[in-house]
Design a protein around this ligand. Sequence first.
Ligand code: HEM
Length: 404
Amino acid sequence: MQSDARLARDFELTALPESFAEGPFPVYRALLEHAPVKRFSDGSIMLSRWADLDRVYRDTTSFSSDKKVEFLPKFGRSPLYEHHTTSLVFNDPPLHTRVRKIMVGAMTPRALAAMEPGLIKLVDGLLERLAEKGEVDLIEDFAAAIPVEVIGNLFNIPHEERGPLRDWSLAILGALEPVLTGEQQERGNRSVTDFKAFLKEIADERRRNPGDPATDVLTRLINGNEGEQLSEVELLQNCIFILNAGHETTTNLIGNALFELTRWPDEKKRLQDDPELIITAVDEFLRFQSPNQLGNRMAVAPAEFHGEVIEPGTRIHLAIGAANRDPRQFPDPDRLNLSRKPNKHLAFAGGPHLCVGFSLAKMEGRIAISRFLKRFPGYRLTGMPQRTGRVRFRGFSHLPAVVQ
Ligand code: HEM
């Protein structure tokens, strides 16, 4: 068995052992303890401690989200490059601020409350179908089927046209993995091109027949904010980003939670005995198995962490999954504790780029997990759970189960 110090020393993000996708936590623990500033051979660094990530997320003057320089060698001048360098998440102000202001207005508590009855109906319909099948895949038949509809509703995309959204989203976000095959690049590029053409038709139609800006995110983005409008490319690429952002992440939240509940029977029983616990439980699932494990920034001013000087131009990987298990912030971090409070996890990042959809994602998690558990208290996994194999996004592609 490798010692923790060696595990930290030998860790390379571009040459990961297969075991990493299955269980990155021993490596995270080693980094937290022995290499809080981990340097990789390509000159980039990884930070893993909660306080360091919190600092980076808040300080947008020293740590930039702009990926134009970093992504050029990775993607060339391709559709993937245009997409990832135009979306708000990979930009600093002013583009970031403009798009974000328009978006947040569609996620008010009132807007979310208006979505809740539809979400309950959707989840109950899926539960009904699961009951009919008996032997199910908790990802395909449940966890992944929820966000695609929720996000489709946010943009009022016609139901019959939602089919390709999930595959496009998986291909485009998949292109952010640390190592990419040519095939993955090509799929990502094709998906951006197809997605853009698809959205252009919908946006043109929406300009002719605008929706209600209080609830229709596309109409909001078309209208702009205080006289400022997005260009056509900014509009389409940000729509693609928002449509993607809530897909795989929310699927992972629900899938990971249903998996963990089978591994922690006492916690499952607590939740069954006290359904109100779902509020803190969702945050604990997000902390314990964070759907988004890695973030990135670029140092644009000199900085120092634990005595190490970081030069401007250094790429910084932010190990969200590790920070959320940092014992300096979370007592007994490797224990799932559904009533954990406080729980200042970084699953949604923090600072000015804090996830716009965090309340929506938590509402989806709450409703999906609690209604599933109530309907199928004795569900059990059958066969081999299959992980997506990704390291940036942590979740399952298949979770075979019997529901009863
Ligand atoms: C469990 C589900 C989700 C997780 C774990 C998650 C996680 C994150 C994280 C970590 C970021 C920050 C990225 C960075 O700056 O490095 C982010 C940003 C973002 N997320 Fe989410 N997200 C989730 C669901 C959603 C949903 C449902 C939506 C929208 C409907 C959404 C929309 C966004 C947007 C627009 C941003 C960019 C914010 C900005 O750059 O200012 N997310 N998300």
